[in-house]
Design a protein around this ligand. Structure first.
Ligand SMILES: [Zn+2]
Length: 221
């Protein structure tokens, strides 16, 4: 895919996420890893709803800005996840309401933020880890993401929002949407004693679709 197509794709998905209220104001950012090891990154203080393809930051493999606007200040979130998920080609970070809400609930298991509610949540995200709250810009958050040792492509920053990797931009966007919708379902059903997928149903998904779920070996298996 040409770089200009990828730039258009970032703007198209960004606008779609913004227009559906999945990240407000100038929050949220998107990055893509290119074949030469460099990146396309959305600019700092830019709304995902109004991106200009020509102004997206183009970085080389060392992270030096080659063209476009200054990249988002949240770039350490992206680089930390790329380092630990070598197959990742795209990362989406949003301040999406339901995911942020779930990140503050007392019962959340940091190794499995949401229970196995739907097959597509497990298939698209592979499970989500919770990273504790850090002040925006604190380099320790990148260390916390690296500390997950690549077991999670979907990470929820407490009191902040999700950071989700994918093997394509579409994959990262779809996984982020699936996390947000599942967080919404969780909030709708909280305290209503819902029936989640059983351990046997999760095992069937793992076997049938070849899923790698970090928490499948302990707890659910
Ligand atoms: Zn953020």
């Amino acid at each position: 895919m040409s770089e200009s197509t990828l730039r258009e794709d970032i703007c198209r998905y960004g606008r779609s996420l913004f227009e559906r209220g999945l990240t407000p104001g100038s929050s949220g950012n998107i990055s893509l890893r290119l074949d030469d090891g460099g990146w396309l990154v959305t600019p700092t203080n830019a709304s995902l709803g109004f991106l200009d393809p020509a102004r997206i930051a183009r970085l080389d493999a060392a992270g030096t800005l080659l063209s476009g606007d200054k990249p988002t200040k949240e770039i350490p979130l992206h680089t930390a996840l790329y380092e630990s998920r070598t197959e990742a080609r795209a990362i989406v970070h949003l301040h999406s309401t339901h995911s942020v809400a779930v990140s503050m609930l007392p019962e959340i298991d940091p190794r499995a933020v949401l229970p196995p509610m739907t097959p597509y949540y497990l298939m698209r995200t592979g499970g989500t880890a919770l990273v504790p709250y850090y002040r925006p810009g604190d380099p320790a958050v990148a260390d916390a993401i690296r500390g997950l040792a690549g077991r999670y492509g979907s990470v929820l920053l407490a009191n902040h929002g999700p950071v989700v990797a994918g093997e394509s931009l579409e994959g990262a966007v779809f996984a982020t949407e699936e996390l947000e919708e599942t967080a919404k379902l969780y909030l709708l059903l909280r305290n209503l004693n819902p029936r989640y997928l059983s351990p046997a149903q999760v095992t069937d998904l793992v076997d049938h679709f070849g899923l790698t779920l970090p928490e499948h070996d302990h707890g659910h298996g």
